[in-house]
Write a protein of this length. Structure first.
Length: 62
């Protein structure tokens, strides 16, 4: 089972995010804002885990 996480963006932050998401979706069709944000968060989480030694750089998609 999972959990929902909410993120608050100021108007300025949301505008920046919206521009990036629009361009990203234009290049990679059929991806929702939710899917893109989750992908970005999970990629960053993986990098931080590797930096902290909590994950092997060779581990994939875990």
């Amino acid at each position: 089972m999972g959990r929902w996480v909410s993120i608050y963006f100021t108007d300025e932050e949301y505008e920046r995010l919206s521009r990036v998401l629009d361009e990203y979706r234009r290049r990679e069709r059929n991806l929702s804002a939710y899917a893109l944000l989750k992908r970005w968060v999970m990629e960053r989480l993986r990098k931080v885990e590797e930096e902290l030694g909590l994950r092997s750089p060779s581990a994939q998609n875990a």
